[in-house]
Design a protein around this ligand. Sequence first.
Ligand code: E4P
Length: 218
Amino acid sequence: MKFFIDTANLDEIREANDLGILDGVTTNPSLMAKEGITGKDNILKHYVDICNIVDGDVSAEVISTDFEGIIKEGEHLAGLHKNIVVKVPMIKDGIKAIKYFSDKGIKTNCTLVFSPGQAILAAKAGATYLSPFIGRLDDISSDGLALIAEIREIYDNYMFETEILAASVRHTMHVIDCAKIGADVMTGPLSSITGLLNHPLTDIGLEKFLADYAKGNS
Ligand code: E4P
């Protein structure tokens, strides 16, 4: 399973990248605003800054909602850096745009996906990635992981090449469960990645190994 980090914070992106296991980055307009990145030029520059840190796919989201607008914006974003993946919302004009980008060889990430039907449409349009938001489903007492499992089954039935990018991951158990189900990619905050490091028996065991070494070498 590929690991993407879901943030626009450059320090967090560097920290995850330094671990050596980072495969890409996802962002969205809310994450940009959270970092105080506003204004078109600053946002575009920030995408390039991210691309210069991580050697992997970086999702940059369009804010247009009509076909022509999405195409114009998406082509501009794709031209910024070879790592850019155009993130397009799951709406009618979004699906048309994904098909257009797919035919032109421009990578896409279909975002704001909450149902198997939406997943089928995005795959048929040729999306590179599909982003079902599992945490937001859990937030409204729906089963986000069950959606990932349903989409996995459907995509395997027809050998769709669209990669399932489990998004809105909130914690380490989401990561582990996505891996068990067979999501192709997960994107989550830095804590959902670094949290995987932790186990008290690791800490206790290491402390004892180091203490025993010190006894024999003092
Ligand atoms: C996906 O690409 C989105 O940026 C993200 O995962 C949304 O997560 P949230 O529900 O925690 O805001």
